[in-house]
Design a binder for this molecule. Structure first.
Ligand code: ZN
Length: 113
C-alpha cells in the first residue's frame, strides 16, 4: 500500500513526458523506459521530485518520506531475520520502520522544477 497524495504530478526525468496516475500507478515507472517516474511532492510548502521504489532498492543516504511531511535519512535496509516478507529500514535520528517487500516507499530525489 502506498499513500497517494492529491496534489501529485508525474513526469519522467528521462523522456521528460508527463503521465497520468493511471499510466504509472501499477509500478510507479515510466511506461517507456521502465525506470522510476518523477512524482511531484509538496512537503512543507516546498516542491520535491520523489520516486517510489521497493524497499530492496533503498541505499544508504536515501531520503525517505514518511507520514506525509517527514523525511529521514536511510542508514540501512535489511530483510527481517524471521520474516522474509519484511524489510527493516533503519533511519538516522529516528527509529527502524518495517515495510513489506512489495510495498513501495517514497524517496526524495531533489527539487521539482
Ligand atoms: Zn520516461
Amino acid at each position: 500500500m502506498t499513500t497517494i497524495y492529491g496534489d501529485e504530478e508525474y513526469k519522467c526525468g528521462r523522456c521528460n513526458e508527463n503521465f497520468e496516475y493511471g499510466e504509472i500507478r501499477s509500478d510507479w515507472c515510466c511506461p517507456k523506459y521502465h525506470h522510476p517516474v518523477g512524482i511531484k511532492a509538496i512537503i512543507k510548502d516546498n516542491n520535491y521530485y520523489t520516486i517510489r521504489i521497493k524497499p530492496h532498492q533503498l541505499k544508504e543516504g536515501d531520503l525517505l518520506r514518511l507520514h506525509g511531511d517527514m523525511v529521514f535519512e536511510v542508514i540501512n535496509c535489511k530483510l527481517d531475520y524471521f520474516d522474509q516478507n519484511i524489510y527493516r529500514i533503519a533511519l538516522k535520528e529516528y527509529t527502524v520502520v518495517e515495510k513489506n517487500k512489495d510495498e513501495y516507499v517514497e524517496i526524495i530525489n531533489g527539487g521539482w522544477y
